[in-house]
Design a protein around this ligand. Structure first.
Ligand code: ADP
Ligand code: MG
Length: 677
C-alpha cells in the first residue's frame, strides 16, 4: 500500500544518486517532498512586446528560428544565443553559463523564456527556459543545491503528487480547518506547487504556515505527554494551613501575580509527576518569595528542599533573607557554597542525610556527588540560564526525582517561550509590587565624568547609594579588572573621604566579596564600583542609582538585568548609560533602554535586533527551523496553533478519535510514542 512515509526511492527514476541529492535537502520521504515548497514565485504571464518596459523581468513566448549558438570563453564561462520569432519580430535571447539549454531550443518549436528585457538591444537576458505546454502563470522557485536542479525537483514533485494523491490525508482536523478557513493538505500541495494565480499561492501559504506550526505544536504536546508517562514523580501533599500561616507572616502582601503563580506551582506540586516548570518574571517582580513559599510547602509535605543559585553572593543573600522567615516556622535552613569549610561541610552532609536540615541553599556545590539528602523532594534553580543543561539535570536526578522549579529574570520573548520551552510549563509574574516608581534611564553620550559625578553626588546627599558598572571587555578578565580599578580610582578621587567607595570584581576571594557586599547592603559603603558580578539577583533596596560605563558593550538583557539592581526601594531610581556606540544596533539598544522598563518588551526588541539564535547564546540557540512559517512575523498563527494543539491533547490524549487518525499516524512515524501504540 502506498504511504506518504514511503522513501523517495519508490519514485521511478530516483536512483541512489538522486536519493542522496534529495536527502541533502532534507527530503527523505514522499511526505517531505510534497511539503518541500518553493520559497518564491516568478510571474510567467506571457507579455506582449508592445507592453514591455526596459529592464523588466518578463516571459516571452516565440518560435525558435535556428539552432542556437554556444560561445565558450573559458572552462565555466559561456554564452548561448537563441533567435526567437515573437509576434513577427526577431528577439535575441542570451543565456550566460547555462550550456545545457542548447538542446532545449529545437528549431521551429514554440518555447517560452523568462528573463530581463533590454529595450535598446530589443533582446532578453535569459534566466529560465520553459516548455510552454503548461498553462501556469507562476513558476515556483525552490531552494536547491548543486546536486539537483530546479527542473528535476519540480518533475519529482509532480511525479510524487500523481502517484500518491489518493493517499494524502488531512493532518489538521476538519473542525479546526473550518474555524480558520484553512485548506486541506491536498489543496495546500497543489496551491503551493502548481499555482495559477498569486491569490492561490497566498491562500495555500496561509494554510501551510498554520499546518507547519500545528504539526510542531502537536509534536511538542506528544513529547511532553510521553515525558510525563515516563517519570514517576512525587506528589507533594503540602499542609495548606501551615503554608497560609507562612504567607501571613511575610512582611508584605503578595501581588495578584504572585498569588496566581503560587497557586499554579502548588497545584503542580500535588500532581504525581515530576514538575518541570519555569517561573519567569521581570527583575524585581518578587520571584524569591514565591520560591520560598514553594520550598516551605515541600517541607510541610515531609520532604527536604533545595535552592540552587549561580553565585556565592546571591546564595548568601538568599540565605540571609530566607533563613529568618523559615526559622519562624521551625524549619531548619543551611547554606552550602564553595566557601564552606571542609569541617562545616562534613557536618552539613551529616545533617542532610539524617534529615536534620529541611532546606539547603547554595551554589552548584549542591550538586556535587558528596552531597546526599535524606529525601529531597523539591528543587528551585534561580537564574536558571546561568546553569548548564547538565548541572540542571544533575539536580533533577538527585534524591527522589524531585519537582523542579526554574526561575529566570530574563523574560523570554513570547515566541521563544512557545517554541523553545514548549515542553515546559511556564508561570509568569507580570506585575511589580505596588509603589515601585519606574526607573528613569538617561543616556550620556559623552564620557564626561563631571556630569556623572554631579548626578551621583545629588543622590548621595539624599542618603541614596550607587552602583557603578565598569566596561566589559570580551574575553579578557585582566582588562576587566584593570578597567574596574581605574574607575574605582576616579570615583575615590571624586568622593573619598566624604563617602565610602568600594570595589567588587570577579577575582576577589569569596570572603572579600561577601564583606564588600555586606558593607554595601548596610550602607557603610555608598558607591560600589563593580564588574558585572553584580548582574545577577543582588538586592540592595537603598541603592537607587546605576551607572553603566561603555553601555554599548552590553546586550539588552544584560543591561536590563543591571538596571534591575535599582528601583527596589521607595525612592526614585535612575540608570545612567554612558556610551558612544559605533553601530546602529547598539544605538537601537540604548534607545530601547531609555524608552521602556518592561523586560518583556525589551526581550521582544532583542529578538528583533539580534535574531532568535542569539538571545540565549549559542548553546541554547533559540528557534527551531521552520520551513515556511516565521515564528516572529507569524506569531499570532503560532499562538493559535499552540492553543488548538493543546486542546486536542486534552480532549483526546491518545488521539484515538477518527478525525485524529492522520495526525496520530504522522506523529507515530516521527516520534516513538508508547501511549499511542
Ligand atoms: P526578583 O524577581 O528579581 O528575584 P526579588 O525576589 O529579589 O526579585 O524581589 C525584589 C524585592 O521586592 C525584594 O526586596 C522583595 O522583598 C520585594 N518584594 C517581593 N514581593 C513583594 C511584594 N508583594 N510587595 C512588596 N515587596 C515585595
Ligand atoms: Mg531573583
Amino acid at each position: 500500500m502506498l504511504k506518504l512515509s514511503d522513501s523517495v526511492e519508490t519514485l521511478s527514476g530516483v536512483g541512489a544518486k538522486r536519493v542522496t541529492a534529495l536527502n541533502s535537502l532534507g527530503i527523505f520521504t514522499i511526505n517531505d517532498l510534497l511539503f518541500y515548497f518553493p520559497f518564491r514565485y516568478d510571474d510567467l504571464k506571457v507579455k506582449s512586446l508592445a507592453e514591455v518596459t526596459d529592464q523588466e523581468k518578463i516571459t516571452l513566448k516565440g518560435t525558435v528560428i535556428a539552432a542556437p549558438i554556444l560561445n565558450r570563453f573559458g572552462p565555466n564561462k559561456n554564452r548561448l544565443i537563441v533567435r526567437l520569432l515573437v509576434e513577427h519580430q526577431v528577439v535575441i535571447v542570451t543565456f550566460f553559463n547555462q550550456p545545457w539549454l542548447k538542446d532545449r531550443f529545437i528549431p521551429d518549436t514554440v518555447v517560452a523564456v523568462f528573463g530581463k528585457w533590454d529595450q535598446r538591444r530589443r533582446g532578453l537576458t535569459g534566466m529560465k527556459f520553459f516548455s510552454p505546454k503548461g498553462d501556469n502563470d507562476l513558476a515556483g522557485i525552490y531552494s536547491v543545491n548543486k546536486n539537483i536542479r530546479q527542473s528535476t525537483l519540480i518533475k519529482l514533485v509532480k511525479l510524487a503528487f500523481e502517484k500518491y494523491q489518493s493517499v494524502i490525508g488531512n493532518l489538521v482536523p476538519i473542525d479546526i480547518r473550518q474555524r480558520y478557513r484553512l485548506l486541506d493538505d491536498r489543496e495546500i500541495i497543489t496551491g503551493m506547487h502548481f499555482p495559477k494565480t498569486a491569490a492561490e499561492v497566498k491562500a495555500a501559504h496561509r494554510s501551510a504556515v498554520f499546518r507547519e506550526f500545528f504539526v510542531f505544536e502537536c509534536r511538542m504536546q506528544a513529547m511532553r505527554q510521553k515525558e510525563r508517562q515516563g517519570n514517576q514523580g512525587l506528589s507533594l501533599k503540602y499542609q495548606l494551613a501551615a503554608v497560609q500561616d507562612f504567607i501571613h507572616e511575610l512582611p508584605f502582601e503578595l501581588t495578584q501575580a504572585q498569588k496566581r503563580v503560587v497557586n499554579e506551582i502548588a497545584a503542580d506540586m500535588k500532581r504525581p509527576y515530576q514538575m518541570n516548570r519555569l517561573l519567569q518574571g521581570d527583575v524585581g517582580s518578587g520571584k524569591t518569595i514565591v520560591a520560598a513559599i514553594a520550598l516551605f510547602s515541600a517541607v510541610t509535605a515531609g520532604y527536604q528542599a533545595a535552592l540552587m543559585v549561580p553565585t556565592e553572593i546571591l546564595a548568601t543573600q538568599h540565605f540571609e533573607k530566607l533563613q529568618p522567615l523559615f526559622a519562624k516556622m521551625n524549619v531548619v535552613t543551611t547554606l552550602l557554597t564553595g566557601a564552606t569549610t571542609n569541617k562545616n561541610r562534613r557536618k552539613i552532609d551529616e545533617n542532610l542525610v539524617q534529615g536534620r536540615v529541611n532546606i539547603l541553599i547554595g551554589t552548584h556545590a549542591l550538586i556535587q556527588e558528596s552531597v546526599h539528602f535524606k529525601n529531597l523532594g523539591f528543587v528551585v534553580i534561580d537564574e536558571q540560564h546561568r546553569f548548564g543543561v547538565n548541572q540542571r539535570k544533575a539536580l533533577r536526578e538527585k534524591g527522589l526525582h524531585p519537582d523542579v522549579l526554574m526561575m529566570t529574570a530574563t523574560p523570554i520573548p513570547r515566541t521563544l517561550a512557545i517554541t523553545t520551552y514548549g515542553e515546559m510549563d511556564v508561570s509568569t509574574i507580570d506585575q511589580l509590587p505596588s509603589g515601585r516608581k519606574p526607573i528613569k534611564t538617561y543616556w550620556l553620550k559623552n564620557n564626561q565624568d563631571q556630569q556623572a559625578f554631579a548626578f551621583v553626588r545629588r543622590q548621595l546627599v539624599q542618603h541614596n547609594q550607587a552602583f557603578v558598572i565598569s566596561p566589559l571587555i570580551e574575553e579578557s578578565e585582566t582588562m576587566d579588572l584593570k578597567n574596574a580599578e581605574l574607575l574605582y580610582e576616579r570615583y575615590r578621587e571624586a568622593f573619598a573621604p566624604e563617602y565610602e567607595v568600594a570595589l567588587l570584581h570577579g577575582q576577589m576571594s569569596n570572603d572579600d566579596k561577601n564583606t564588600v557586599m555586606a558593607a554595601f547592603a548596610k550602607n557603610e559603603v555608598q558607591i560600589l564600583v563593580a564588574t558585572t558580578v553584580v548582574e545577577v539577583g543582588v538586592d540592595v533596596p537603598n541603592a537607587n542609582t546605576m551607572i553603566i560605563y561603555d553601555a554599548d558593550r552590553f546586550g539588552l538583557s544584560q543591561l536590563h538585568q543591571l538596571r534591575g539592581r535599582v528601583g527596589r526601594g521607595q525612592q526614585q531610581a535612575y540608570c545612567l548609560l554612558v556610551a558612544q556606540p559605533k553601530n546602529e544596533v547598539a544605538v537601537a539598544r540604548l534607545q530601547a533602554m531609555t524608552e521602556t522598563n518592561d523586560g518583556f518588551v525589551l526581550s521582544e526588541k532583542d529578538l528583533e535586533l539580534r535574531g532568535p539564535g542569539d538571545v540565549f547564546g549559542q548553546k541554547q540557540s533559540g528557534l527551531p527551523d521552520f520551513q515556511i512559517g516565521d515564528p516572529v512575523a507569524d506569531f499570532n498563527v503560532l499562538q493559535v496553533a499552540q492553543t488548538e494543539a493543546q486542546q486536542i491533547f486534552v480532549d483526546d490524549p491518545s488521539l484515538s478519535k477518527a478525525e485524529h487518525q492522520t495526525l496520530r499516524t504522522f506523529l507515530k512515524t516521527t516520534i516513538d510514542l508508547k501511549r499511542l501504540d
